[in-house]
Write a protein that binds this ligand. Structure first.
Ligand SMILES: [Zn+2]
Length: 647
């Protein structure tokens, strides 16, 4: 999963120690028959533009107090995010008789139904009310517009308590507006205008196979002629938004080929990239075994700035098919949605995915090498100015993942956030450079991917792992003190950011007074001003303080999140004027005067900062081999022409 709503934070990785989970790897394969319970589920999405989805279920039951569960702990979301709060119109019936029910007083996701004697099957109906607000929420967030919708089946499912999600079979069907097309990795038995009958599938597979639908729909086959098949399904709020440049198609095609080369095998029957282009749905990516649900702005394909800033989303979500779905930490491979998840190994699940996602972004040409390095520079800057790392280990951010995704952006630098994404990526980059150096260039993290994620092509299966398995596989690739390496960086509090991967690979993180290309694009998008390194502030476009670095000069002089910089040296705030004021102060050595608004009070704060604007860049260290260049060099494809128009 990946969050896109953070204004400045590219994501970070976190790790959790898993010494307690040292059992042997468990393995399970996709089930298509032999279920202990089989339900039918009819979903009516014809009211999607009105944000209402209707469902009717037929569920085998036994007489008495029969408990049905609504999915709570959602795979890929790493928390109890099932949107039970947005269900309505819940009825249970047998023949024409409405049955009484009550919610469990402790478990809000459990429904007790009074089933009369002799009754072996009931009909259930429920509606899902899709949020109308834009931000947040992942798959429980805004998912429907006038012209499109993304259906997550878990919104509309109830299943008998006591059965694992692999043991419940569901025969699903879907009605959708008749002029809408659809795409999904869920196998179907028949399809006509406005109606689809899906094949019997386990509840695991159903919930793991969302349906993309809409009026403006485009299917783009990728790596044509290859088995398994790959398809990019795109839905948008306008037909114009579906226009793709040839180099964009080539970059996605490259992505499939480069992923095959990186992992050496695929573990899906077919793969669908489900891409939503809309300014009116929640923006995020959610992984599935045979698809991903990725939602970006309507201009993603047509605006080079959006394209470049969102370039690593699909590589990240696609990588999860191997790292997260096929190979999964034991604590996240739960038997059912009622079982709490343990996130302590999310520094592998999300962190290594973030790293391989970046690697594939570079290799497939979704970003140019220069853009790629600028993105890494931004990340390195963020984690080098994170006072929270003095008190909190990266592992603790992973353990606490279920509390952090929805945490406020205020004080992120001090509280820490889902740092296991991008800090994890930096740590895996360092591991890659150590392997390359110690093996004399013969081995790399590609070899780890082959050993850990590859093997033979298979249908979906889950092979769990522990911390020990990760250490052992690293040692198989290249003997080294990997336990010590990971312990120092992840399990223990580590005050300094893990920048060894950058320096080992022949690059240095430096700060200059000129923004890098990625920082410029963020400004163009109106995402605000990251002045972390200079005055220690992260500001919105209009000067509101999103975060103040806890040991930065602004915080020390009384500025905190929630305040707003109204004026700089007497003139209304803008990024341009703040930068000009920093340059002026550098020359004159006179403090800047900031007029700050805080809870209806105004105050002028004199800020004695004299070092000018500071933006991160990577510059070449010619004394060392350029390993970054090697890491993102295409292995089996050629680079597409850059998507230009931004800058
Ligand atoms: Zn992810």
């Amino acid at each position: 999963m990946r969050q896109l709503r953070c204004a400045w934070l590219l994501l970070v990785l976190g790790v959790v120690p898993a010494f307690s989970q040292s059992g042997p790897a468990q393995s399970s394969s996709i089930k298509t028959s032999g279920f202990s319970v089989v339900e039918t589920l009819q979903v009516d999405a014809t009211d999607a533009p009105r944000k209402v989805f209707h469902a009717k279920l037929t569920i085998p039951v036994t007489a008495g107090d029969f408990v049905l569960l609504y999915p709570k702990w959602m795979p890929g979301e790493h928390g109890p995010t099932g949107p039970v709060v947005d269900t309505a119109g819940i009825y249970f019936r047998t023949n024409d008789r409405v049955l009484t029910w009550h919610r469990d007083p402790v478990d809000m996701y459990a429904f007790h139904v009074d089933v009369p004697q002799g009754v072996t099957s009931i009909d259930a109906s429920l509606d899902y009310l899709s949020p109308v607000e834009m931000p947040g929420g992942f798959s429980a967030g805004s998912s429907a517009t006038e012209k499109l919708a993304v259906l997550s089946w878990n919104w509309l499912v109830l299943y008998p308590k006591g059965h694992g999600s692999d043991d419940v079979g569901v025969k699903a069907s879907l009605k959708l507006p008749s002029n809408w097309q659809w795409g999904s990795s869920l196998p179907h038995s028949s399809s006509a205008a406005g109606a689809v009958d899906f094949a019997l599938a386990s509840l695991t597979t159903l919930v793991d196979s969302p349906v993309l639908m809409g009026q403006y729909f485009k299917k783009v086959p990728l790596q044509v002629g290859q088995t398994p098949a790959h398809e990019l399904d795109i839905v948008a709020d306008s037909s114009a938004a579906l226009e793709m440049m040839p180099q964009q198609t080539k970059a996605f095609d490259n992505l499939v080929a480069e992923a095959g080369a990186l992992y050496g095998a695929r573990h899906y029957r077919q793969y669908h990239f489900l891409l939503t282009l809309s300014d009116h749905v929640a923006h995020f990516g959610l992984e599935h075994h045979e698809s991903n649900d990725s939602r970006v702005g309507e201009g993603y394909l047509t605006d080079p700035t959006q394209w470049t800033l969102g370039a690593s989303l699909l590589p990240h979500e696609y990588t999860h098919s191997w790292n997260g779905k096929y190979r999964r930490p034991a604590g996240l491979a739960t038997a059912g949605y009622d079982v709490p998840m343990e996130g302590n190994l999310l520094w592998v699940y999300e962190g290594l995915t973030e790293y391989f996602g970046y690697v594939l972004t570079g290799r497939s040409g979704l970003q140019t090498p220069e853009q790629w390095r600028d993105q890494i520079a931004q990340i390195a800057m963020t984690y080098s100015h994170r006072p929270g790392r003095k008190w909190r280990s990266l592992e603790d951010t992973a353990t606490a993942a279920q509390t952090l995704y929805e945490a406020s952006e205020a004080f992120t630098n001090y509280r820490r956030s889902v740092d296991y994404y991008d800090e994890g990526a930096l740590i895996w980059l360092e591991a890659d450079t150590i392997i390359r150096q110690k093996s004399g260039g013969k081995k790399s993290m590609d070899d780890f991917a082959h050993l850990f994620h590859g093997g033979q092509n298979t249908p979906p299966a889950v092979k769990t792992y522990t911390f020990e398995d990760v250490v052992n596989t690293l040692n198989q690739v290249q003997p080294y003190d990997w336990r010590g390496f990971l312990t120092e960086r992840i399990l223990k509090v580590a005050e300094r950011a893990p920048l060894g991967g950058i320096t080992n690979s022949g690059w240095l993180l430096v700060y200059t007074d000129q923004p890098n290309a990625i920082a410029k694009m963020r400004e163009q998008q109106g995402r605000g001003f990251d002045a972390t390194v200079s005055v220690g502030l992260v500001l919105t476009k209009d000067g509101a303080v999103m975060d103040a670095i806890e040991d930065g000069i602004a915080a020390k002089n009384g500025i905190g999140p929630g305040m707003k910089i109204v004026a700089v040296n007497g003139r209304k705030y803008s990024q341009e004027f703040l930068i000009a004021a920093m340059r002026e102060a550098q020359k004159s050595h006179q403090p800047m005067q900031l007029l700050v608004e805080n809870t209806e009070y105004y105050r002028t704060i004199s800020l004695p900062y004299f070092d000018g604007p500071q933006f991160p860049h990577l510059i070449r260290d010619e004394s060392k081999t350029d390993l970054l260049g090697d890491i993102i060099k295409p292995k089996v494809t050629t680079a597409p022409a850059p998507v230009t128009g931004a800058e």
